[in-house]
Design a protein around this ligand. Sequence first.
Ligand code: FES
Ligand code: FES
Length: 157
Amino acid sequence: MSTTTITVTINGETIEETVPVRMLLVDFIRERAGLTGTHIGCTYEGVCGACTVQLDGEAVKSCLMVAAQADGHAITTVEGLAEGGTLSPLQRAFNEQHALQCGYCTPGILMNMDEFLRENPDPSDEEIRHGLVGNLCRCTGYAHIVDAVRQAAKETG
Ligand code: FES
Ligand code: FES
């Protein structure tokens, strides 16, 4: 099996690892970095959004990339959203608005919406819904998720 050595910064910590060239980024994050908050929901098809992380601040589905593509880049996972044990405004809003039930989809939605709010600090509900098209949730019906994103936008926008 052909391998390559990559250097990646994850949540501010730089790690160097030798990985199979075909290893997916999501598997690297979970198995090599041990950050299991990034989920796999759709057998690596890019459909569910549960594996969403940020690559240099941009939300990406980590099942659609190989780890080698992240060489030299900075990744943020859901574990990197809270600062010093304090939930981010978006995380707090999800909690207060009851925007999760089983929570399986939540890390991916948080990472996507965190970037979305940076790009759209004052979004309409329609824009929030549109921003969520790449994230599937089987539990909530989305209404509370939209409420939470709206609350976070009001607090931070
Ligand atoms: S596991 Fe990546 S989109 Fe579903
Ligand atoms: S809270 Fe269960 S899938 Fe979204």
